[in-house]
Ligand binder design. Structure first.
Ligand SMILES: *[C@@H]1O[C@H](CO)[C@@H](O)[C@H](O)[C@H]1NC(C)=O
Ligand SMILES: *[C@@H]1O[C@H](CO)[C@@H](O)[C@H](O)[C@H]1NC(C)=O
Length: 373
């Protein structure tokens, strides 16, 4: 049993060594509880070493412990949420008047671009709008004038006949609904995405991205507890623990095989050793895969809890609880029904259909969803 002892020692050494170096390297951080978790490619100033982030992705915490980013040509924005797998970031105005910031919004010099850009025309109006179903931008309006923004052709031609045009700008909206509100107060977070560094696939597969050592631009994806270890140390661990472990495993399996063979006296099918190491789930899911679910539009509910037009329910029909500010919702694009993201993600993993209208979001899955009514 000597080999078992040696093996145990190597495993223990491996475990301790990994735990020790883990605390030294780039660990996730946030400005306070409830703020977005920050990790590569982002880096939180004063909380994480600069080398833990990709150039252009530095964030900081403001005086009220909100996560903020400084866009080179547009100034400071609060970071509302980050989706590392989709490579999405949601921003808002720390002073609570996002439309004002959108009038001069310019992403040049930043690593981000709009994901669903939509052109909005801003109008300065003096007519009595209360007769119409229009949604004014309060923070831009004054006592004697009201400001509206719209992307609908119909509303724009109506407003153009009555008001003066302030400007037409591209707004990185977070919803891809073709039918926007006639006019919008544009208070919802804006959605930006980034192309480089491409860590989305790595994150989706459970890995963690980081800069290659001695490089300022090349990234690498690592998995599990070996994340961030220097290459030399990794080789040492592989040689130190991996090789004896492999030899032991091969020996063990051979021994087992021959014993079982002798016992049963007939040939065994090929033994899949990986089945012993990785517990496999036998459940066959009838739902959608993670990346499809992730591709559905998501939004963080604002303080006003106002949902975009196609959705007017204030209750999530999966968990039957009311939507609260700052909760993340997700909609099914095919029918535009909306739910808590956590609820609908769980649902879609098991069922490839909308829980309300039973529309199948994925035509490939229609055959699976058999309705008995
Ligand atoms: C954005 O800023 C850059 C650099 O200042 C400038 O060259 C560009 O014209 C601006 N774009 C818009 C749409 O204003
Ligand atoms: C709208 O027009 C009024 C005058 O009618 C002007 O005082 C005000 O500054 C304008 N507001 C904007 C945002 O352009």
């Amino acid at each position: 049993m000597d080999s078992t002892k040696i093996l145990l020692f190597f495993f223990l050494f491996n475990f301790l060594f990994v735990r020790y170096s883990f605390s030294e390297i780039c660990s996730d951080s946030s400005c306070r509880i409830g703020e977005p978790m920050i990790r590569f490619p982002f880096q939180l100033q004063n909380l994480q070493p600069k080398s833990c982030g990709y150039p252009g992705f530095n964030l900081s915490c403001d005086a009220s412990h909100q996560t903020v980013t400084e866009l080179p040509n547009s100034g400071q924005f609060t970071v509302q949420a980050i989706d590392y797998r989709m490579q999405h970031i949601w921003l808002n105005d720390p002073d609570g008047c996002l439309p004002r910031r959108l009038l001069t919004f310019n992403l040049s010099g930043s690593p981000f671009s709009g994901y669903f850009d939509q052109s909005f025309s801003f109008f300065n109006c003096t007519f009595d709008y209360t007769k119409y179903k229009l949604n004014p931008i309060g923070c831009l309006s004054g006592q004697n004038y009201t400001v509206f923004a719209s992307s609908s052709e119909r509303a724009i031609s109506f407003l153009a006949s009555k008001c003066s045009l302030i400007s037409t700008v591209d707004v990185p909206v977070q919803w891809s609904f073709p039918e926007q509100l006639e006019t919008s107060d544009l208070s919802e977070d804006i959605l930006l995405s980034w192309g480089t560094p491409q860590c989305g696939r790595c994150e989706s597969r459970g890995g963690r991205c980081g800069l290659k050592s001695n490089s300022s631009a090349d990234i690498e994806c690592s998995y599990g507890t070996r994340r961030g270890l220097p290459r030399g140390a990794r080789y040492a661990i592989i040689a130190g623990a991996g090789v004896p472990a492999l030899l032991f495993l091969v020996g063990f399996v051979c021994c087992l095989c021959s014993k079982v063979k002798r016992f049963t006296g007939r040939r065994l099918p090929i033994v899949d050793t990986s089945a012993h190491l990785v517990p496999q789930t036998i459940i066959t899911t009838r739902g959608l895969d993670g990346s499809t679910i992730e591709s559905y539009p998501k939004m963080i509910l604002g303080e006003s809890r106002r949902l975009p037009k196609p959705i007017n329910d204030s209750i999530c029909s999966i968990c039957l609880s009311e939507y609260k500010p700052m909760e993340t919702l997700r909609s099914i694009p095919q029918c535009q029904h909306c739910f808590h993201a956590d609820c609908v993600d769980q649902w879609l993993k098991l069922n490839a259909s909308c829980p309300v209208c039973r529309k199948s979001p994925n035509s490939k899955c229609t055959s699976i969803d058999i309705q008995t009514s």
